[in-house]
Design a protein around this ligand. Sequence first.
Ligand SMILES: N[C@@H](CCC(=O)N[C@@H](CS)C(=O)NCC(=O)O)C(=O)O
Length: 348
Amino acid sequence: MAAATGKARTALDETSKTGEFKRTDAGFRNQIAPGTRFEPEAGRYHLYVSLACPWACRCLAVLHMKGLTDAIGVSVTHPTWQRTRPEDPADEHTGWVFRAPGDAPLSSATGFGAFPCTGCVPDSINGATTVRQLYDMANDTTGKYSVPVLWDKKEKTIVNNESSEIIRMFNTAFNDVAKNPGLDLYPEALRAAIDDLNAWTYPAINNGVYRCGFATSQAAYEAAFEELFSALDRVEGILSRQRYLAGEVLTEADVRLFQTLIRFDEVYVVYFKTNKRFLREYPNIAGYVRELYQESGMKPAVDMYHIKTHYFTSHPKLNYYAVVPRGGEAWWEQPHDRAAKFPAAGKL
Ligand SMILES: N[C@@H](CCC(=O)N[C@@H](CS)C(=O)NCC(=O)O)C(=O)O
C-alpha cells in the first residue's frame, strides 16, 4: 500500500463508483502471546480509544470486563475531529485529537459549536496531541489514523489496530494478571457459533449502519438498509428464543453487537438514515440492550456525550453546522425482563 500524505481528505475509508461504503483494513496486525515478540506483561501496553467509536469501545468493554484496568492503561480522545496538521494549510486531514478534561471546548472543523473536553484522557505515554502522531511514530504506511490503537511502550510501536483481534487478545493473553480470568468470551464449545454470528452481524449490522450512512447512491443505501433490517429481524428472532446471541452465556458476539445497538436510536436512525424502526421498538432487542448496558460490565465503555458529539460534529459533508439532536429518554437505563424470561442463563 502506498504511503499516504493525508492531504485533502478527512478519512481514508472510501466509496466505490456505485456509491458503496468500503472500510479500509487495519494495518497493524501483531499478536500478543507468550514466547513471542509481544509478551503479555502488565504495564507494557496502552490502549488509545475514542468513547464514540464502536470498534474501540469493544476493546474498552472487554478490558473492563476482564479486570485489566490496572494492567493496561487507556487514553481517550476528544469526540470532535480536528485538523491534525493545522500548521500546514495544504493538509486538510481531520481526525482524533487528545485533550485534558479542563481544556477549552473545541469547535467542529467547520468552526461551529463548543464541545467540552469532559471524559477525555490525554496521552501520558507519548505526549501525542493527535492519533495521527502515534501512527507516524509507528512508521505507518496505510494512512488511516483510526482507533483503537494498542500501543507497546517497550518497542514504541503499534501492536494492533483491529478491534476484533484486540478483544481476543484481552480475552486470553493477560489471564495471569486479569482480575477476572475466568470470564471467557470466546469459549471453545461456542467458537463455531460465534464465528457464524460474526460473519453476518459485522457486514449487515456493525458495518451495515456505516454502509447506510456513508453510501453515496440511493441504490447502495437501499441495499445496505434492507440487509440491515433483515439482520435485525434475525437478531430479534434469536433473542426471543435465548438470552444471548450464541445461547445462554454472554460471548464476544454480544459485546460486538451491543456497541452498535447502543448507538442506534440516538445516532444511526437520524444520522445514517436507518429509520425503518427504532431499536427500542423490538421487545427482545430492547431488553437485551438494557441488560447488557446495566449488568454485563460494559457500562464504563458507554458514554452518550462522546457518542453523539462525535458523529454529529465530525463529518462536515453530513452535518456542516454540527448541531447535535437532543434525543429522548435514556431507554437503555429502564428495567428489563431478560432474567425472568430466561432463568437458565449462564449455562453453556
Ligand atoms: N477495523 C477497525 C476499524 C476502526 C475504525 O474505522 N475506527 C474509526 C472510528 S469509529 C476511526 O478511527 N476512523 C478514523 C479515520 O478513518 O480516519 C477496527 O475494527 O478496529
